[in-house]
Design a protein around this ligand. Structure first.
Ligand code: GAL
Length: 332
């Protein structure tokens, strides 16, 4: 009897140890490495975007897990209090082809906005056919940030082609969709009051750029984009303007061009406003087209200000989201 009791206790201890192992804290942001979530699995949020609601950050992105049904497309949602430790919340989209895009349909770069007026979360998606000729945006909604989103519709924003999309919420709360239109360029467009449609063109930057990201930092707008080289990395570039509607400066490299943005492609810039400083994070994907589930993330604080923007050489670092301060991690 005593032996039985002991082995039950031993078994329980092993279970607890495993649990601790799985939910071990992630100590630093490590560009290019596997990023374990609370379950110990690599975060599946590629081509993603982040919104902060209350004290938590939510990261949405393409879920390309190896065991997903290849006929379906998935979007995952994770939450974090510190931008470093991510808890898996839900596969908020798991869908078959929702509107006859055809075999191998594309659902990429999900971006979620919170519409205060309707108390609704509104997700924009790049929806496409396998050959990327449909070039539309999709809209899905949910009452809960990590609930099952309902696909509503797809359309061409302002009647234009739209492939890679990005999201930008200005300091005054106005919400914008950034979209790449191969024929014309990089569009910045304002969403309607309910966010369910794209209402007004604010600017068309006539540059062949995708992976669009924007930040408003100390009175200047900074735009980042990547060249049109598919999954292959290229030297991402930035421009600045005092107004979203431009005029925009010429585009310059954000990193030594021979590094091809350290093998990454922009998806968003995240502004962390702390009690001591504001840090802007460059969020990018290091794609592995033949093993997409293993695509990595390159997140680095940017050197930004006075019209200049530079991506430092990637290395492990830490951010304190309360103070906004960052530092390099000891375990380089
Ligand atoms: C990239 C784009 C990705 C994906 C890929 C497909 O240019 O940024 O999101 O669409 O092309 O080749």
């Amino acid at each position: 009897m005593l032996l039985k009791k002991r082995s039950v206790i031993a078994f329980l201890l092993v279970l607890i140890a495993c649990q601790i192992q799985v939910s071990a804290q992630v100590s630093a942001i490590k560009p290019g490495e596997v990023w374990p979530d609370n379950r110990g699995e690599h975060v599946q949020a590629h081509g993603g975007g982040i919104i902060k609601i209350g004290k938590l950050y939510y990261w949405f992105g393409e879920d390309r897990a190896k065991d997903n049904d290849p006929a379906k497309r998935y979007v995952a949602c994770y939450s974090s209090p510190d931008l470093t430790n991510w808890t898996f919340r839900n596969k908020v989209i798991k869908t078959d082809d929702p509107a006859n895009f055809g075999k191998g349909f594309v659902l990429e770069r999900p971006k979620v906005f919170y519409n205060k007026k309707n108390r609704q979360y509104v997700m924009y998606l790049h929806m496409d056919s396998a050959n990327y000729k449909a070039a539309r945006v999709g809209v899905a909604v949910c009452e809960k940030i990590d609930g099952d989103y309902k696909y509503l519709k797809s359309f061409r924003p302002l009647g234009e082609q739209s492939r890679d999309i990005g999201q930008f919420v200005d300091d005054d709360g106005s919400a914008y969709l950034i979209f790449e239109d191969r024929a014309k360029g990089f569009h910045i467009a304002q969403l309607s009051d309910d966010y369910l449609s794209v209402e007004k063109e604010i600017c068309l930057i006539k540059a062949p750029l995708e992976g669009g990201a924007l930040v408003h930092y100390k009175g200047l707008y900074y735009a980042i984009g990547s060249a049109l080289t598919g999954w292959d990395p290229n030297p991402n570039k930035y421009a600045t303007a005092t107004s979203l509607s431009g005029p925009w400066s010429e585009f310059k490299d954000i990193a030594p061009p021979e590094t091809n943005t350290y093998g990454s492609q922009s998806t968003m810039m995240v502004k962390v406003v702390g009690t001591k400083r504001t840090t802007v994070i460059f969020m990018a994907d290091q794609w592995r087209p033949k093993a997409q589930w293993d695509s990595r993330y390159l997140w680095m604080h940017l050197e930004i200000g006075d019209g200049k923007l530079w991506l430092p050489k990637p290395q492990p670092w830490k951010i304190d989201v309360k103070t906004g301060e960052w530092k390099y991690a000891e375990d380089k």
